[in-house]
Design a protein around this ligand. Structure first.
Ligand SMILES: [Zn+2]
Length: 126
């Protein structure tokens, strides 16, 4: 199951960054996932939560932003916007579309709790 290896790498990246920044906890992780990236968000979230138990990302909420597939038809040049995992030219109906977006998979931002005396406040990275 490749969601579990993706969850491992995300959790690793986030935990690394958090430790470098000397934060007490990660409160949320915002992920961008393209509709054509082939990632099952529910499975990914479940894996991430399992991996996070007892770590710096234990309290972190995984926020997933879906990015729809868009592109340009290679036959007639019409702009195409995907529905779910389908991306077809709306004009000539071909499936031959050059992708512009839809395969994204990255951590967009991380919210953390800073380790400070007295008050805890939330900061965003980057
Ligand atoms: Zn077309």
């Amino acid at each position: 199951m490749h969601e579990s290896s993706m969850a491992i790498s995300i959790q690793g990246i986030v935990a690394d960054e958090a430790q470098k920044a000397h934060v007490s906890a990660v409160t949320s992780v915002c992920l961008c996932i393209g509709d054509l990236a082939g990632v099952e968000a529910t499975t990914l979230t479940a894996c991430f939560e399992m991996l996070s138990e007892g770590t710096i990302t234990d309290k972190a909420q995984l926020i997933i932003k879906r990015i729809p597939a868009t592109g340009t038809c290679t036959v007639c040049g019409t702009a195409a916007i995907g529905r779910g995992r389908m991306l077809r030219c709306p004009s000539c109906k071909t499936g031959s579309v050059k992708l512009a977006t839809g395969r994204e998979f990255y951590v967009e931002s991380i919210e953390v709790e800073k380790l400070e005396k007295g008050d805890e406040h939330v900061e965003s990275y980057p």
